[in-house]
Design a protein around this ligand. Structure first.
Ligand code: GLU
Length: 304
């Protein structure tokens, strides 16, 4: 990272107990920073105020400490940063790339718009060219969408390699604020990482396809692009991604079965970082951590 100090972050959503997949992503983010003497920020991504709350956030901090994953600073949670997002949105509006959109999810599904490879609906542009009169005639509050260019945005990911999307063709105009006024993850994450000087983003491979959108937002808002490391997802033997629904793999249950060092030993081995799954502390793992050894493909775990 050409002499600059690495600034990474944990950006968990406090919507429930961490599961094994969250633990793995947090461990990789921590090792990525601690293995090179960088600075690590913690940020609660609680834009979804129906699912997120302070109790979950407190539990998350406790779970990270149990794992031996510390952080240097906690930056303000997203639900308290609306004014900051408003100010950045105004910059986008001044560039003429934001328009109101009244389409609901149901309408988009019914319009049988094409889908991106990850199942996202590619927005067909329904509200893009409405006249001022047509806009004034819509009674409901609108979501705000970002107009995307017919241009390729590419990332050289430290784990997954090259990934690119032509934003107009593969993604389509995307929302930056919902009709109820809640800012979209895409905007919030770019603003928060940008304003905090984050230059290393480590997260699950499910977010790789968000990266071209985030690179475009960074360009519009004048933030430098961080380095990206999208770590493999953990999947069950049935090929399904682990999620908060898999209670048997949440940290509360895992803590009753093993120590932090046993858990980290298992994950480090599954990730390709160690020869055996012998117990190892997070600090010991940081000492031998090497991005080149982290596997690309999904990691299969058994819920015993
Ligand atoms: N809050 C997201 C999550 O918990 C992570 C977002 C990110 O790392 O960019 O999956």
């Amino acid at each position: 990272m050409d002499g600059r100090r690495v600034v990474g972050r944990f950006a968990p959503s406090p919507s429930g107990r961490m599961h094994l997949g969250n633990v793995f992503a947090a461990l990789m983010a921590w090792c990525g920073v601690r293995s090179c003497g960088g600075r690590l920020l913690l940020r609660m991504e609680d834009l979804d105020t129906e699912r997120c709350n302070d109790l979950h956030a407190a539990q998350l901090r406790e779970d990270l400490r149990w794992l031996g994953l510390d952080w240097d600073e906690e930056t303000p949670q997203q639900s308290l940063r609306t004014e900051i997002y408003e100010a950045q949105l105004a910059k986008l509006e001044a560039q003429g790339v934001i328009y109101p959109c009244w389409c609901t999810r149901g309408m988009l599904k019914a319009a049988s718009a094409p889908h991106a490879s990850d199942g996202r609906v590619i927005y067909p542009g329904t509200c893009r060219n409405l006249t001022p009169e047509e806009r004034a005639a819509r009674p409901r509050r609108a979501a705000l969408r970002l107009l995307v260019p017919d241009a390729v945005y590419a990332v050289e990911d430290g784990v997954q390699g090259h990934y690119e999307e032509n934003l107009a063709r593969d993604c389509g105009d995307f929302p930056v604020r919902r009709a109820d006024g809640v800012f979209a993850y895409q905007l919030a994450v770019v603003v928060d990482d940008g304003l905090c000087g984050v230059n290393q983003v480590v997260r699950g491979a499910d977010l790789l396809s968000s990266t071209p959108r985030q690179l475009y937002l960074q360009k519009l808002l004048g933030f430098p692009a961080p380095e990206y490391y999208h770590v493999p997802l953990l999947i069950g033997p049935d090929g399904r991604r682990l999620s908060k629904r898999d209670r048997d793999l949440d940290l509360g249950v895992l803590q009753q079965r093993m120590t932090a060092a046993q858990l980290i030993g298992m994950l480090a081995h599954a990730a390709g970082l160690t020869e055996t799954s012998a117990p190892i502390s997070a600090a010991e793992l940081a000492g031998i951590f090497d991005w080149h050894r982290v596997r690309q493909g999904p990691i299969v775990v058994q819920a015993e």
